[in-house]
Design a protein around this ligand. Structure first.
Ligand code: PMT
Length: 400
């Protein structure tokens, strides 16, 4: 039986040339057993009429905030309460902006404010509008509030431009609605380490590295979205922690180890993206060391290897490491996979443009303990997170 069977889906359609594709989405949802209530905005009605959706869903189509198709029911409140998912496809830049600031000036945006249902948003627009900082900011705001986006695909757009902005495939949109209704990582308890560690030299100086935390935070955010219970142990970063994630902030490698050991028995999976300082100063100066003419030699001693320590106590845990390499990528990653007793390692060539520290993109190769490997092209860290969590799901729930 489809997870959509008997579910109530509110399908909001906004004024985009892709509005005609919403008819296919409504049709597939209906065929899968969902009860679909379509809400058309005024601009959507310029592209497609309610007659089409009424025929497909065999239900009234709503267009006006003051429509009251059922007696004694305030339509938007009734619909908002019943909905399992509010799917907006296609979503224009304008509706994203309204949703981000909470404007409710028509039926769809009013429903969006009134409903507690999960929200799935599939944008479609011109590339420049999609890439505009205002739109990207609105996407982040809505994601931060728990909305799930089905990002637009790249291709030839109606305006003749080629780029990102095409409404995603119906099958991708349906799969996302299904995943929201039945989160693939529900019940999985995940520990993610992220960011750098800082090893103090004196009160104002430390040893660290350029890790921004972006890779680990993307994994934590995506895992939470997929229903996992996520604990994020993070070194110092400038990032906002993802919504719905338990955050433990640490500074040094020793603190990160302590935090990981503290929660280890409560988790099923560990994904270690943190760039842990392998060494720390043997002595830490009290206060700030004064500048002088003489040389200053700092003696470094090894830090504990957190992942190695967890690997020694592996039990039933699934352990996934990252390997930041500048040479002999696969050879070195393989050695770390073995030495740290991991199920999987993500080999990360940090010497390449757009890959590794600080960037929004990454180029990685997955290596499994059973010898399999898969090289991925350059993609956003969010997409890497997505692909990695697919692989983790297979390790945790082999039959699922
Ligand atoms: O944070 P970003 O700016 O987004 O950058 C992402 C990243 C480059 C930091 C990330 O993609 C990455 O490659 N992380 C691994 C960094 C690292 O320390 O790699 P390593 O090869 O030195 O360590 C191997 C594994 O052991 C890692 O999972 C690491 O977390 C772990 N480790 C390392 C040393 C140590 N003392 N304890 C550990 O647990």
């Amino acid at each position: 039986m489809s997870v959509l069977e008997g579910k109530h889906i509110l399908l909001g359609v906004t004024g985009s040339i892709a509005a005609y594709k919403a008819a296919d989405i409504a049709s597939k949802l209906t065929q899968a057993g969902a009860e679909v209530d379509v809400v058309l905005t005024e601009h959507a009605r310029r592209f497609i009429t309610e007659v089409t959706f009424r025929a497909i869903t065999r239900r009234p189509v709503l267009t006006d905030l003051f429509d009251e198709p059922e007696e004694r029911q305030i339509a938007h409140i009734h619909l908002a309460k019943r909905a399992d998912v509010l799917l907006i496809a296609p979503a224009t830049a304008n509706v994203l902006a309204k949703l981000a600031v909470g404007i409710a000036d028509d039926l769809l945006t009013t429903l969006a404010l009134a409903t507690q249902a999960k929200m799935v948003i599939a944008p479609a627009m011109n590339t420049a509008m999609w890439q505009h900082p205002a739109t990207q900011h609105n996407v982040k705001v809505l994601e931060g509030r728990g909305a799930t986006f089905v990002y637009p695909a790249e291709g030839m757009l109606a305006c003749g431009d080629v780029g990102a902005g095409k409404l995603a495939d119906t099958s991708t949109i349906l799969a996302t609605v299904e995943a929201v209704l039945n989160p693939p990582l529900r019940g999985v308890r995940l520990l993610v380490t992220a960011g750098p560690t800082e090893e103090p030299i004196d009160a104002v100086r430390h040893i660290s590295n350029p890790s921004s935390g972006k890779m680990g935070y993307a994994i934590a955010e995506e895992a939470a979205r997929q229903g996992a219970r996520v604990t994020l142990v993070t070194g110092p970063t400038l990032l906002e922690p993802p919504a719905g994630v338990r955050v433990i902030r640490v500074r040094t490698a020793q603190e990160m180890l302590n935090a990981c050991l503290q929660v280890y028995d409560e988790v099923d999976v560990v994904i270690a993206t943190a760039a842990v300082s392998d060494y720390r100063p043997a002595e830490v100066w009290q206060g700030k060391r004064k500048k002088g003419e003489e040389e200053w030699t700092i003696r470094l001693v090894p830090n504990p290897d957190i992942l190695h320590t967890l690997g020694e106590r592996k039990g039933k845990h699934v352990l996934v490491g990252f390997a930041a390499e500048t040479q002999e990528l696969l050879h070195n990653a393989q050695a770390k996979l073995r030495e740290k007793n991991l199920d999987m390692i993500v080999a990360n060539d940090v010497s390449q443009e757009g890959s590794g520290f600080r960037s929004d993109t990454n180029r990685v190769t997955f290596l499994w303990a059973d010898g399999r490997q898969e090289s991925l092209p350059l993609m956003t860290k969010r997409e890497v997170a997505h692909r990695l969590l697919d692989a983790v799901r297979e390790l945790v729930l082999p039959s699922g």
